[in-house]
Ligand binder design. Structure first.
Ligand SMILES: [Zn+2]
Length: 611
């Protein structure tokens, strides 16, 4: 990739990130009920000053210095944001009787602290509505810090979200949740010490808070673009943007305030087409199209655009320029990648070759602090073409450990490879050094010199990264090589999220945990009754496959009645706790134990950097 442009003389972001500051949280730490710190912004601002040391890319240092700014900010009179108290922002929109909360952060504790900070400056306004811009947990997890379930149930506080919100909010955290959470530990650097040689920020926000993740299901769905609503005297015009940065997402304009909320589709970073923790590939083509639509529909009515990460952009001309460049960023990656796919290039090749137009990299907000051209291009290839690049020599390769043994043998043994890798590292070819040392560690995981050198090489790669998640990943790998595995520091599938599982998704979650070989010879049939959903199902486990049919007919050996509170303990296989929460069994109880006994839950400590 050609050199990016680093316009350090352009200081507008520093003015915008500080504009409208009303108050800061002092100290900027948030604790849970036990006194455990779940957010500590001071741990960043204490060292993020000046131009930065050699161990941090200058551009990432700049971005982190901006992202770490915390406090309550006025966007326009009547619209306020608390930034720097979690990975995301929370926005407060003042209405006739109270305040509308947009995206109440990831944790109950940080959301509560943000609301208190807002009220300390703007008075004790009641919360009159909650809006979720999209289905990612950093935009809903703190909801119970700003409103109680009872107030929503009583119809006093509507919770507004884009169509499909619940399905995606749950599914993304449930099916492959264990693996995603383990890998998220790498990309967010949760186990890294904070400092110039450790975590400096994740580019999108500093890191994730570690408090209680809650969920209140929406009571109002936004189902079409152009839909309007007036809540607490505040008029809003919505635009649906599904399958963009999230599978359920929306933008909306406040016409009277002339302010546009662009959710997470235009922020001050190149975002992810496929996040490093793993996910379904996003659609950059649709993403660009929604930004075009937002420009056409809303830009003439907006003097400011704000998002649920980073700082707003003010001025009608700046709003249009910002949205156009962000749109071009996703459209260019998509279109050029597909063009090169049709020339026969593979993702790895296009990722090296694709260069953004200078007009794009001259703006800071197109730089890759969270997403990157390198990994987005591979994701676009994956979206269209899949894992196989069409070359049959690569169709049936040995898996990593088997290949590693053979590579190391062919290359003259581990000692020789380490010696040559050291030379490559000294000459500055860190990528190659990492690539070959990976083989040595996978062939001989106990070989200390290889582990130590790979750790040093990964650390140097991390120090050179403009991208926050790449830096965190490299440094996390180095840490696990040196000190052993750190497991999963932040677990995302909280009880509140699991409690909202509809029966079908509960069954899907069970099915992907069945240990196939262990269940080959089992034949089980159960009936399940869900009184809170008013539904019943017949399920079978045959051939290691768990299948469900709504109101299905046929013999069963056991009927299980599952009131909502019993679902969470049952989902984790704890029958006694489920019984205490109201689970009842009618028939051969051994059937349930056999089913649960066949489950093989994920391992939050699986190895990544070694076999
Ligand atoms: Zn977010």
């Amino acid at each position: 990739m050609a050199d990016a442009i680093f316009p350090f003389e352009d200081r507008r972001d520093f003015a915008d990130a500080e504009r409208g500051l009303l108050a800061t949280l002092e100290p900027a730490t948030v604790r849970d009920d036990d006194g455990t710190v779940v957010w500590d912004n001071d741990s960043y601002t204490s060292f993020l000053t000046g131009d930065g040391p050699d161990s941090v890319h200058r551009s990432l240092w700049r971005q982190s210095s901006l992202v770490a700014k915390q406090g309550l900010f006025e966007v326009v009179p009547g619209i306020y944001q608390v930034r720097g108290l979690d990975l995301s922002n929370v926005t407060f929109v003042e209405g006739a009787d109270g305040v509308i909360v947009i995206d109440p952060l990831l944790s109950v504790e940080t959301a509560r602290a943000a609301l208190e900070l807002y009220r300390s400056q703007r008075g004790k306004r009641p919360v009159t509505a909650v809006i979720y811009t999209h289905s990612h947990a950093d935009h809903f997890g703190g909801v119970k810090g700003v409103v109680a379930q009872e107030e929503v149930d009583a119809g006093r506080v509507p919770v507004i979200a884009p169509l499909g919100f619940m399905e995606h909010a749950i599914s993304e955290n449930v099916y492959a949740g264990t693996a995603m959470a383990r890998r998220a530990g790498y990309m967010y650097g949760a186990a890294l010490a904070r400092g110039p040689r450790g975590g400096v920020g994740a580019g999108l926000g500093q890191t994730t808070s570690t408090g209680t993740v809650s969920l209140i299901p929406p009571t109002v769905d936004i189902t079409r673009s152009g839909q309007e609503m007036t809540v607490d005297g505040v008029r809003m015009v919505f635009q649906l943007a599904p399958n963009s940065e999230a599978p359920a997402e929306m933008h909306f304009l406040f016409p009277e305030q002339r302010a546009l909320c662009i959710a997470e589709n235009a922020t001050h970073t190149l975002h992810n087409v496929l996040t490093l923790r793993g996910a379904l590939v996003r659609d950059p083509h649709a993403w660009a199209r929604y930004l075009t639509e937002a420009i056409e529909t809303f830009a003439a009515g907006a003097d400011v655009v704000f998002a649920s990460h980073h700082w707003p952009t003010w001025g009608a001309d700046n709003v249009v320029e910002f949205l156009r460049l962000q749109r071009d960023l996703y459209a260019y990656q998509h279109d050029q990648t597909v063009r090169l796919i049709n020339k026969g290039r593979t993702g790895a090749e296009i990722g090296e070759e694709l260069t953004l137009p200078p007009a794009l990299t001259r703006a800071w907000h197109t730089h890759g602090y969270y997403g990157s051209i390198s990994h987005n291009v591979k994701a676009i290839y994956q979206r269209y073409m899949g894992w196989y690049d069409g070359n049959p020599a690569r169709l049936w390769q040995h898996p990593p450990q088997e290949a590693a043994r053979r590579y190391v043998d062919f290359m003259g043994g581990a000692d020789t490879v380490v010696e040559k890798a050291q030379r490559s590292a000294d000459e500055g070819d860190l990528r190659w050094a990492a690539q070959v040392l990976d083989h040595v560690v996978f062939a001989e995981p106990e070989y200390k010199e290889a582990r130590a050198l790979l750790a040093d090489v990964l650390e140097k790669l991390g120090f050179g990264c403009e991208n926050g998640t790449w830096r965190n990943s490299y440094l996390s790998g180095a840490r696990e090589l040196r000190e052993g595995g750190f497991g999963t520091p932040t677990v995302s599938n909280s009880p509140d999220v699991l409690a909202q599982l509809p029966p079908e998704m509960f069954f899907d979650a069970l099915a992907v945990q069945v240990n196939g070989p262990q269940a080959w010879d089992l034949e089980l049939a159960l009936r399940w009754v869900f009184p809170d959903h008013g539904s019943d199902f017949r399920t079978t486990l045959v051939n290691g496959v768990f299948t469900y049919v709504r109101a299905g007919s046929g013999d069963v050996s056991l009927t299980v009645t599952v009131p909502r509170p019993a679902l969470v303990p049952l989902a984790s296989g704890n029958v006694d706790a489920a019984r205490a929460a109201g689970l009842s069994l009618d028939g051969d109880e051994g059937t349930l134990r056999q089913l649960l006994g066949a489950l093989d839950p994920g391992d939050p400590n699986f190895n990544i950097i070694e076999p």
